[in-house]
Design a protein around this ligand. Structure first.
Ligand SMILES: N[C@@H](CCC(=O)N[C@@H](CS)C(=O)NCC(=O)O)C(=O)O
Length: 236
């Protein structure tokens, strides 16, 4: 076994534990068992600090102090973590065909689930009279199409890319967690998604991330459904 590269490194994740793309990266850290420090991005000061690292000012951003590296973008961060922990589970599969599927479905969850979810949530934060109902309707329609594609995909696979948990599932967990709050799939009809969601939420890395975000739920700008901790629409 190689010496883990992170043992001589200092990794700092600029993030917020309630933010979907930050949770995606946290799931990967826990899957790979790589230690990291977090820097909470909050308020104007936090945003300014983030923008100094990465002018787009999106989170998460990883700083690897020992490598002098600043890395934004959740997927890129996860690829990098895989290099630091080469003996850990391969979140980007080693086989070329499997890696392609993992990358494809990672893009799927970011583009067609997380981003429309952000559109719906973000619209509720707009000033009075400046909302974008047409854009929100488009986002809801995109989510419906994504659920159809996902249901078909999961009919023959345990995880999004195949039989192993990958970067795609890191992306799926927070994306589906938050879309379940704003635009649910058909929990009794789309049984493949319901099963997948249950597998995601009971995975220890994901359960830990959901738990760590719990104390921030009051930040959610839309009504937080009472059954969010129940699976398959069952009431606890
Ligand atoms: N493509 C980026 C998306 C990151 C993103 O949208 N992050 C959100 C938080 S989950 C963000 O920073 N939004 C701007 C804000 O919160 O002000 C990634 O994969 O890291």
């Amino acid at each position: 076994m190689q010496t883990p590269k992170w043992s001589r490194m200092s990794l700092v994740l600029y993030e917020h534990p309630f933010a979907a793309f930050c949770q995606k990266v946290r799931v990967a850290f826990y899957e790979l068992d790589v230690p990291f420090a977090t820097r909470l991005v909050e308020g104007t000061e936090g945003r300014d600090e983030l923008a100094a690292l990465w002018p787009i000012a999106s989170m998460p951003v990883l700083r690897d102090e020992s490598a002098g590296l600043t890395l934004p973008e959740s997927t890129t961060i996860i690829e990098y973590l895989g290099e630091l922990a080469p003996d850990g589970p391969a979140l980007i599969p080693r086989g070329r065909a499997e890696a392609l599927q993992a990358r494809l479905w990672d893009r799927f969850f970011d583009q067609y689930v997380a981003i429309p979810m952000q559109k719906i949530v973000g619209d509720s934060l707009r000033p009075e009279g400046r909302g974008d109902p047409y854009g929100v309707a488009e986002a809801r329609s995109l989510l419906d199409s994504a659920y159809v594609a996902l249901e078909a995909r999961l009919a023959t696979r345990r995880w999004a890319a195949g039989e192993e948990f990958t970067v795609a599932d890191c992306a799926a967990a927070p994306a589906l967690f938050y879309t379940r709050a704003v635009h649910r799939w058909d929990e009794s009809g789309q049984v493949g998604i319901a099963r997948y969601y249950r597998d995601l939420m009971t995975r220890p890395s994901v359960a830990r991330v959901v738990e760590e975000g719990r104390r921030y739920r009051e930040l959610f700008p839309l009504p937080w459904p009472a059954d969010m901790d129940a699976l398959d629409g069952e009431r606890r």
